[in-house]
Design a protein around this ligand. Structure first.
Ligand code: SAM
Length: 271
């Protein structure tokens, strides 16, 4: 699994070049595309196409070759194979057949967008491309609404604005970074809230990664919000059913509502 540049051709490792020279065959997402890279590196090797639509069939052919002792490098058009690119299928098949899979690390747009974003890198969730279908897209976003980890998406330029609008509608007007054309001439990082960004980008051109701040609400906060929408009596009953005593309940209500314990105590005293 050999990673290749995502723009700048200098971003190929010495090891990747050596491996591409040493293997018997290179399986490529688009052979014409990879041929350009190989010509640039002055490498001449047989190529076989391996793309999403023929992944299953081609996997069988490649597995036979691997079982016959051939060494094969798998590359995608750009970046790390298997990441929003073909690769997963053959890795699974190879493992079933006890064939060694070796990653040859290199560029990945998601990781590089993340590290330059200035948004939390400690914990993140990579979602690749969101579904094209609006209903499925909405459902996917609703599913991740409360996740308080940085979110990473890939998106095509002509869908960028629409996708940002849907994200804003469902996840709120969060801070985002649009990483555009990483490692290329027009590389830029556009930072701001979703509303600010959609105003700034009129006619998106090039390749984009969306890095989105995680939710500041967690499940607990959601629960507290819905409790705070209840009347004080209902709020009290909720905790009573959970077997808390009067003192504990008053303390909990005060904490949920961010008010003084005594105020809540006085309220129930008057009752
Ligand atoms: N396997 C690749 C990787 O490791 O990043 C991703 C392949 S995916 C089919 C292509 C998407 O990755 C693009 O639509 C864009 O969202 C993102 N992408 C790839 N290269 C990029 C670049 N130079 N700058 C920004 N985004 C890029």
């Amino acid at each position: 699994m050999v990673a290749t540049p995502i723009g700048n051709l200098e971003d190929i490792t010495l090891r990747a070049i050596r491996i591409l020279k040493e293997v018997d065959l290179i399986a490529a997402e688009d052979t014409r595309h990879t041929l350009k890279l190989l010509n640039h590196l002055e490498i001449s090797k047989p190529l076989i196409s391996y793309y999403k639509q023929n992944e299953k069939i081609k996997s069988n052919i490649l597995i036979d070759k691997l079982l016959n002792g051939e060494n094969i490098a798998l590359v995608s058009d750009a970046g790390t194979p298997g990441i929003s690119d073909p690769g997963e299928e053959i890795v699974k098949e190879a493992i079933k057949n006890n064939i060694n899979i070796i990653p040859v690390p290199g560029p990945c747009a998601a990781i590089n967008a993340l590290i330059a974003s200035g948004i939390n890198t400690r914990e993140f969730l990579f979602l690749g491309f969101l579904p094209v279908n609006k209903k499925e897209k909405t459902e996917k976003l609703e599913e991740i609404e409360l996740i308080n980890k940085t979110l990473i998406f890939y998106e095509a330029p002509h869908k960028l604005i629409n996708t940002l609008e849907i994200i804003k509608e469902i996840l709120g007007d969060r801070n985002i970074v649009i990483a555009r054309e990483i490692t290329k001439i027009h590389e830029e990082y556009i930072r701001g809230t979703i509303s600010e960004i959609t105003e700034k980008i009129e006619n998106p051109k090039g390749e984009f990664v969306i890095i989105l701040e995680g939710s500041s609400k967690n499940k607990k906060q959601e629960e507290i919000d819905s409790l705070n929408n209840l009347s004080l009596e209902e709020h009290y009953n909720f905790y009573e059913k959970e077997n808390y005593n009067k003192k504990e309940i008053i303390k909990k209500i005060a904490k949920d509502r961010n008010t003084n314990k005594n105020e809540i105590y006085q309220y129930f005293l008057k009752k």
